[in-house]
Design a protein around this ligand. Structure first.
Ligand SMILES: N[C@@H](CCC(=O)N[C@@H](CS)C(=O)NCC(=O)O)C(=O)O
Length: 203
């Protein structure tokens, strides 16, 4: 399997998960949105994976679930049973559908206003901070007293949350100000795989 990634992005969550899974994989750094990369993913977004036969698949949630199901012996996903699965899927869907989009106006304010005025674009970013605070508070409540995001066990959801919650360092209220997220992030940083992959992804 080959993972196409870009530094600091959600694709790094797939990289950490691949490493945890013991998969045989390689990675390729790409330039998001570039004409070359659009030949891999026409949307220009990372991640994308080549499943090994030239078949390309995209979307973090789909890739993370693929990793979970392909390497069941590593138990990186939901516990058995419908109620356990809905809880796990709820977390992944929250990250994909609510958490990730909350940051988009901060990263690309120009697509949220017709104004090219920098002050207007700063206002878009300001508005994003309020939304980010809301999703960070929700994440804090999901983690609660646990050390993991789902049922106090290590899953691919941890990798997803680690990378995305890290983006809050670019806002006025970083993850250090949300006590449960802070504990979670600090625990993740004790995992040598997480720190090693994160470092490699920045190179
Ligand atoms: N719905 C996609 C969104 C992926 C996405 O937005 N990735 C960002 C990086 S975190 C990206 O590639 N942005 C640049 C672009 O869309 O051109 C997913 O969940 O995988």
């Amino acid at each position: 399997m080959k993972l196409y990634y870009a530094p600091g992005t959600c694709s790094v969550a797939c990289w950490i998960s691949l490493e945890w899974s013991g998969a045989d994989y390689e990675v390729e750094k790409v330039k998001m949105g570039s004409p070359e990369y659009k030949k891999i993913n026409p949307l220009g977004a990372v991640p994308a994976v080549d499943l090994g036969n030239g078949e390309i698949r995209t979307e973090v949630l789909a890739i993370l679930k693929y990793i979970v199901d392909k390497y069941p012996e590593k138990d990186l996903g939901a516990d058995e049973g419908l109620e356990n699965e809905i809880q796990f899927n709820e977390i992944l869907s929250f990250m994909t559908g609510d958490f990730h989009p909350a940051f988009k106006p901060m990263f690309v304010p120009r697509i949220f206003t017709t104004s090219t005025d920098e002050t207007e674009q700063d206002k878009v970013k300001e508005a994003a901070y309020a939304q980010i605070d809301e999703v960070m508070q929700h994440l804090d409540s999901i983690i609660g007293d646990d050390d993991h995001v789902y049922k106090n066990k290590k899953t691919v959801a941890d990798a997803y949350v680690y990378i995305l919650a890290g983006w809050s360092s670019m806002t006025p209220k970083s993850w250090k100000e949300y006590p449960n997220v802070k504990r979670f992030m600090e625990n993740m940083e004790k995992d040598p795989v997480v720190t090693e992959i994160f470092k490699k992804s920045q190179e």
